[in-house]
Design a protein around this ligand. Structure first.
Ligand code: GTP
Ligand code: SPV
Ligand code: MN
Length: 652
């Protein structure tokens, strides 16, 4: 039971829980009994499929909202929500742009909370590998069915009292694609509805599909929570940070999230559905749900290929997915910037769809210099969260220094005065984001909504590695590539609650997003090689290597097209551009990377070096991590690759 300040609050709480428990035990309570006295302000419950009506009924009974709004996805509905949020002070307009809005969260609700995110299975080992004695598992958090129910019972009864419950029917993936899946999110946050309207296909079209096909849907329940002891300081952003919890039950395709209104904690289609629940569905059905961007790349000869890439949060997926190639003759087009659902078709070709409909992108660092295509995307129909505001009603964040003169007085993400060139604190929160429709991206790929998905030729893994890891290397084969994904490490970023700069293991960029035991996930990836004799090649990239003075050795951003050019040549079986090292193939220093026209001087020796001592230490660390964290769940093929790499390093 939560702590109460006053005895009366505790009594009220106990009475509410008691009433709820009584309701649950009443036999055959009809639909309208539970809904009596609750007005449906939009939509019609009678038209809904039975399973959806029952889902709503149960949770109305639990959360006791004042009214129900079934979202239709229309323009009018969106306008109405925006007006409401403006009235409540949740958002304010950004008059410099077209239909753009700024939200400021409660400063205690700014990023995903990995420590409070749980997967619920009967046994612990289904969710996380069995760790060595005395070692704390870092590959996800398990919760038992009883504890999950207890967590719900102690938070949800009457949590929507006096407020509206929105019913959001949404599709992950184009409506009707055989690769798409449907979800329904119940939420008491208008901000979440407006954001889901951008990030997913939402509304009547989805309801029709549900109705016509009598389809199952992923059940998502979300409340921002109104704490009984209340954080009263930010009434425009209700949340309950102390009791925040994000729960997933893969067996029944259920997600329950309480206490946070921001990002992956509350836009349940994204990490909760498309990755955690998605990865468990993918395991059952024989496909892959991954934290990956998808891009199309056309070379100067006009040959087009598609690539996916898994980098941890805030490590460059959005930037790579929308890159303007600096290498002449190359063209990049964007299919998705965060999540890929991939399946081998009957010809053994891996195909990917982007299950999302928008970009929820990191704002700081985005500029006309680093990502002009993102800048061209975000100045209409966009919701910005936790960025700073200029006096003329525009946005500002770290990385846009050239756009605003020194001395200008802005409002920072706390809505305090912030003087450009003087105030020392960040103007925007490091995990501030834009939420913008994908179709507004000037380089959105013509095939981005193709129902069968785009054909994938290469898979990239990568992270922020200041030392030792070369700009790019290619895995020796599929199994070795799976080992490379499993061995990924990266500096922590502001996307979650971790301390910055620590080098963390982040296998497949999925550490916070696995829906099931990572050892079993590895076996699933290894089993994919049975599905094709035309497997994509696997690479590792690192834009973030630094010299001894702490300066990046590689200019990155558009110049990364030079790395993609090498990757494409490898995909086309060009053997002349690579040399074999103990960790895999790297570009040959004479005719590997195309550096024509590059302004900076590049220290290729340092950038491509594979230092033996560093890697001997790295493999020790990887081996320790596998033994401690995955233990007996580690597939033999991966253990063999640890030993193979060790002996290649020793004998080199
Ligand atoms: P999530 O949305 O959190 O999953 O992250 P993401 O992988 O899409 O991250 P994003 O592309 O937004 O990258 C965020 C940060 O990486 C920004 O600060 C960028 O400036 C920086 N970044 C991206 N690409 C490069 C690069 O090639 N070189 C360098 N040095 N920094 C980069
Ligand atoms: C990430 O953290 O990887 C994101 C942002 O893409 S969130 O949706 O908040 O998870
Ligand atoms: Mn992400």
């Amino acid at each position: 039971m939560p702590d109460f300040e006053k005895k009366s609050e505790e009594r009220e709480y106990t009475r509410n829980v008691g009433q709820f428990a009584k309701k649950l035990t009443q036999p055959n309570v009809g639909l309208y009994n539970h809904l009596r006295g609750i007005s449906v302000v939009n939509g019609n419950l009678v038209n809904l499929p039975t399973n959806l009506r029952e889902f709503i009924e149960e949770n109305v009974s639990l959360c006791q909202p004042e009214s129900i709004h079934i979202c239709d996805g229309s323009e009018q509905e969106n306008a109405q929500l925006l007006r409401l949020m403006q009235k409540n002070g949740t958002i304010e307009p950004l008059p410099k742009y077209e239909n753009c809005w700024l939200a400021r969260t409660n400063p205690a609700d700014v990023a995903r909370v990995e420590g409070k995110t749980f997967i619920c299975t009967q046994t612990r080992n289904k969710t996380i590998p069995t760790t060595k004695d005395g070692i704390k598992g870092t590959l996800g958090n398990w919760i038992s069915p009883n504890d999950m129910q207890e967590a719900i019972n102690s938070r949800f009864p009457r949590c929507m009292k006096g407020r509206t419950m929105y019913v959001i029917p949404f599709s992950m993936g184009p409506v009707g694609s055989p690769l798409s899946k449907i979800g329904v999110q119940l939420t008491d946050s208008a901000y979440v509805v407006a954001s889901m309207g951008i990030m997913t296909r939402m509304g009547n079209a989805v309801l029709e599909t549900l109705n016509n096909n009598n389809e199952e849907f992923v059940k998502c329940l979300h409340s921002v929570g109104t704490p009984l002891n209340g954080i009263k300081s930010h009434p425009h952003w209700p949340c309950d940070p102390e009791r925040t919890i994000i729960l997933h039950r893969p067996k029944t395709n259920e997600i329950v999230s309480y206490g946070s209104g921001y990002g992956g904690n509350s836009l349940l289609g994204k990490k909760c559905f498309a990755l955690r629940i998605g990865s468990t569905i993918a395991k059952r059905e024989g496909w892959l749900a991954e934290h990956m961007l998808i891009l199309g790349i056309t070379n100067p000869q006009g040959q087009k290929k598609y690539i996916v890439a898994a980098f941890p949060s805030a490590c460059g997926k959005t930037n790579l997915a929308m890159m303007n190639a600096t290498l002449p003759g190359y063209k990049i087009e964007c299919v998705g910037d965060d999540i890929a659902w991939m399946k081998f078709d009957k010809n053994g070709q891996l195909r990917a769809i982007n299950p999302e409909n928008g970009f929820f992108g990191v704002a700081p660092g985005t500029s006309y210099k680093t990502n002009p295509n993102a800048m061209e995307t975000i100045f209409k129909n966009t919701i910005f969260t936790n960025v700073a505001k200029t006096p003329d009603g525009g946005i500002y964040w770290e990385g846009l220094e050239d756009e605003v003169p020194n001395g200008t007085v802005l409002k920072d993400w706390h809505n305090n005065d912030w003087v450009k060139g003087e105030t020392k604190t960040p103007a925007a929160h490091p995990n501030s984001r834009f939420c913008a429709p994908a179709k507004q991206c000037p380089i959105i790929d013509p095939q981005w909504e193709s129902p069968e998905g785009v054909p994938i030729s290469a898979i990239l893994f990568g992270g922020r590695r200041p030392k030792g890891v070369p700009l790019v290397y290619e895995a020796l084969d599929w199994d070795h590539g799976v080992f490379v994904g499993a061995s990924m490490r990266s500096e922590a970023t502001a996307a979650a609650e971790h301390q910055s700069k620590v080098i963390m293991h982040d296998p497949f960029a999925m550490r916070p997003f696995f829906g099931y035991n990572f050892g079993h996930y590895l076996s699933h990836w290894l089993s994919m090689k049975e599905k094709s004799n035309n497997l994509p090649k696997i690479f590792h990239v690192n834009w973030f290597r630094k010299d001894n003075a702490g300066k990046f050795l590689w200019p990155g951003f558009g110049e990364n097209s030079r790395v993609l050019d090498w990757i494409l040549r490898r995909v086309n079986n060009d053997d002349s551009c690579a040399v074999k090292t103990p960790i895999g193939y790297v570009p040959n220093k004479t005719n590997g990377l195309n550096l024509d026209g590059l302004k900076e001087n590049i220290n290729l020796d340092e950038l491509l070096d594979v230092p033996r001592d560093f890697w001997l230490q790295e493999i020790e660390e990887i081996e320790k991590y596998f033994e401690e964290q995955i233990g007996t769940d580690l597939p033999n093929e991966i253990r063999a690759h640890v030993n193979n790499l060790k002996s290649r390093l020793i004998n080199n």
